[in-house]
Design a protein around this ligand. Structure first.
Ligand code: ZN
Ligand code: ZN
Ligand code: ZN
Length: 759
């Protein structure tokens, strides 16, 4: 019999054709296999009926580790075609079925790592060593079907030895599109700040770079998805210099450790954290510092936090940075100012990064798609994305329902990702950043074009935030006009709720949505909301007390302004004592109280602002220099604390009183330890939010309560909310597939719009 088999899912660039080739041979089948232009794979097999069916069974059973099968469609052929053998055929551009996507980048595998350091291997110390099981994919692919000529490897012609491996079915690099070696593949080179070349070979460049790092230099390092800035973690002075140059006063830097053993020496690593660190994705995992941490790593790397984001070398190049020095850990931070896109090309690097670094380590292969490192933290034992990017993008999130009309959701303003939802899959983009910057929204538009062409979808609807001035809102409006498709504005916290529902395939819940800011339906700044709802709508059933935000956005940067707004004249002396923390000192403070008196301010229900205010009153953080800084430092300060204030949540109607906790913290600021006060404040907020949610859930007989928004990154608040919800007999939902923060908002927007169209 002859069968045509269509396989959809992640089946290109993961060794799927070689797998099919070997499997067909072992089942005595003849025929062929090829990649298609829709990212799927088509197989034709000829053989005995029982062999053919066992073959199909085994496609499912023995799928290669990186492949993900969405669907296998089988069609019997009557034609009298005769195959003499089984072969891998040239790819076809034709598109036959939707539902497939190219794979994400995959960290260096153990086999390649072994060869990299094996002196007799022909790829000994070759920085771009890869195979069918590892290497870049998303970041090198221009278009599909996935073949070398449509990747940024196109300009590197395989040498005869690589060609032999590529065509040998028994070889690990059989049909590996990124196959390359010292003689035919990409080369790496080192330059100084002015662009003067300092190396005469790849190994020479890496050896010099490795030594320069040990000598205390700052290097720009081109990786697979963009440039990093690397330097030693030991010297305060170097790190402070880097902070100044990057404009990152306090934001923690991610680090890369030589190996897993090293990580365990300075951090507590649970079994699941260890598994994730060493998994094929090799993401940044946020782990808790050990007491010994300070012996290895400068306090300036992750100041005033109890955690550190760490990753392992995920390319040959990274591993080689440790080869000619004794460094155990390097700072490895993406090369960009906060919120801006990471630098990806050599010329741009020379221009933009030269002022910040001493040397540049670059290679001659282009980066097609920029992709930041993913960042993951375990929250109450569950894997939680702070950033879902390298290693996960563009893999889809599978939905319970199928939607016939493709949706494009543009996300919010900061920490943006976008989402294209088609059929039963939601494709979230890589981390884009803060779209209020021109460069970032340009990156957004380019990435959108790329996704659209990879997925080959015709959009039916576009959706964006309710905020009228977000760059993503303006882009959505423009797109809606150009394509003549409807546009829907979605309230920020409703999108948070929908993203959590969508992850768990639920229809309705009560969601505690707590974050820094979302444009409210009433025009106020929301951020501490209890919403009851589903995809088709929501009801705001509770919220934090409205508090004055004196100076609007300034209050988010200088949280003592929030404290002043809540405490009123009582805080005057205190602010004066801390006048140095205000850019304009006394004058500014006088103005704040004048504005307060004249009621010149907007209101907010933001939970983030309350936590910020506590951090400022306790002297933990007076100025926000990165997203969430005061609240994150508050959490670090509260770690292992106890509830000394023991204040029962004060709820009036559907509003949680937040003035009381601020004034109590203020009153007792010199009486109890900072740690216990910080803990008590978080405890109050957690209990208050969950009390509102539980009360309403009982009243309305809703069985499910969730927690979304940026405040869900606070492990103390999250675990407290969860334990109360579960104790009260409800099901608790938290994010596991998309970020609880604004990186997950586009997913929620897309689901709301898709459900609307479906009706
Ligand atoms: Zn490999
Ligand atoms: Zn070669
Ligand atoms: Zn948010």
């Amino acid at each position: 019999m002859i069968l045509d088999i269509h396989v959809t899912g992640v089946v290109q660039g993961v060794g799927f054709r070689p797998f099919i080739y070997r499997l067909a041979k072992s089942h005595n089948l003849k025929g062929c296999v090829m990649n298609l232009g829709d990212a799927g794979v088509k197989i034709t097999v000829q053989g005995k009926k029982e062999d053919v069916y066992r073959f199909i069974e085994n496609i499912k059973k023995k799928t290669p580790p990186l492949a993900k099968i969405e669907e296998i469609k089988v069609e019997e052929k009557r034609r009298e075609e005769v195959f003499v053998d089984f072969s891998i055929m040239q790819s076809k551009h034709e598109k036959e079925s939707a539902g497939s996507i190219i794979p994400s980048d995959i960290g260096i595998c153990d086999d390649c790592m072994r060869e990299l350091f094996d002196p007799i291997d022909r790829r000994y110390l070759y920085f771009f060593i890869t195979c069918t099981n590892c290497g870049p994919r998303f970041t090198i692919i221009n278009s599909i079907p996935y073949d070398r000529e449509r990747t940024s490897m196109a300009s590197f012609k395989m040498c005869s030895e690589c060609g032999e491996e590529y065509t040998n079915p028994a070889n690990r690099r059989f049909h590996a599109q990124t196959v390359a070696c010292h003689s035919c593949g990409p080369q790496v080179f080192l330059t100084d700040k002015r662009g003067v070349s300092l190396s005469n070979s790849s190994i020479d460049a890496l050896e010099k770079a490795s030594k320069l790092l040990a000598e205390g230099n700052i290097l720009a390092v081109k990786g697979n998805g963009g440039f990093h800035i690397a330097c030693s973690v030991e010297d305060d002075e170097i790190i402070l210099r880097l902070r100044g140059l990057l404009g990152r006063e306090q934001q923690p830097f991610a680090i890369m450790a030589r190996d897993f053993e090293t990580v365990k020496r300075f951090a507590h690593v649970s079994e699941e954290e260890g598994k994730l660190l060493t998994s094929p994705v090799k993401p940044i995992v946020v782990v808790k510092k050990r007491e010994e941490y300070d012996k290895f790593i400068s306090k300036q790397v992750s100041p005033k936090l109890h955690t550190i984001g760490v990753m392992l070398p995920y390319t040959g190049l990274h591993a080689l940075l440790f080869q000619w020095n004794k460094l155990n850990v390097l700072i490895m931070t993406s090369a960009n100012k906060p919120g801006y896109p990471m630098v990806v090309d050599n010329e741009e690097a020379q221009k933009k990064l030269s002022p910040m670094v001493d040397y540049l380590l670059m290679h001659d292969r282009d980066i097609v798609q920029r992709c930041d490192d993913s960042v993951i933290s375990f929250m109450g034992g569950k894997k939680t994305f702070l950033r879902r990017s390298r290693g996960y993008v563009p893999l889809p999130i599978t939905l319970k329902n199928r939607f016939k009309d493709p949706v494009f959701a543009t996300g919010p303003d900061t920490d943006v990702t976008f989402c294209i939802l088609t059929n039963s899959q939601a494709f979230l983009s890589q981390h884009i950043g803060d779209t209020s910057h021109y460069e970032t929204i340009e990156f957004f538009k380019k990435a959108f074009q790329h996704f659209q062409s990879l997925l080959d979808v015709k959009l039916s609807i576009v959706t964006c935030d309710l905020h009228p001035r977000f760059a993503t809102t303006l882009f959505a409006e423009q797109l809606s006009q150009e394509k003549n498709i409807p546009l829907i504005h979605i309230q920020h916290h409703h999108a948070h709720l929908a993203s959590l529902l969508g992850e768990h395939n639920k229809e309705e819940m009560i969601c505690v949505t707590a974050d820094g800011f979302g444009y409210g339906k009433d025009g106020n700044a929301w951020g501490g909301e209890i919403l009851l709802g589903g995809f088709s709508g929501y009801k705001r059933v509770g919220h934090l007390q409205l508090q004055p935000l004196v100076g609007g956005d300034l209050a988010a940067v200088y949280p003592l302004r929030v404290a002043a707004g809540i405490l009123g004249d009582d805080a005057m002396d205190f602010l004066m004592q801390n006048k140095k923390t205000f850019p304009h000192g006394e004058e500014e403070i006088t103005l704040i109280f004048k504005q307060l008196k004249n009621k010149q301010y907007i209101y907010t229900t933001s939970c983030g602002r309350i936590l910020d205010a506590v951090a400022a009153i306790l002297g933990i953080c007076y100025k926000r220099t990165y997203e969430g800084e005061p609240a994150r430092k508050l959490e670090a300060a509260a770690y292992m604390g106890k509830d000394v204030l023991q204040i029962e949540p004060v709820i009036k109607g559907n509003t949680l009183d937040t003035s009381i906790i601020i004034s109590k913290v203020f009153e007792y600021r010199d009486k109890y330890s900072l740690r216990d006060l910080a803990y008590s404040a978080e405890e109050y907020v957690a209990k208050g939010l969950v009390d509102l949610a539980v009360e309403y859930a009982e009243q309305e007989d809703i069985r499910c309560i969730g927690f979304s928004g940026g405040c869900a990154y606070n492990a103390h608040i999250l675990t407290r909310i969860r334990s109360i919800v579960e104790k009260a007999g409800f099901e608790f939902l938290q994010h596991e597939k998309v970020p609880p923060g604004d990186g997950g908002v586009s997913f929620g927007q897309a689901l709301i719009a898709a459900n609307m169209l479906d009706r």
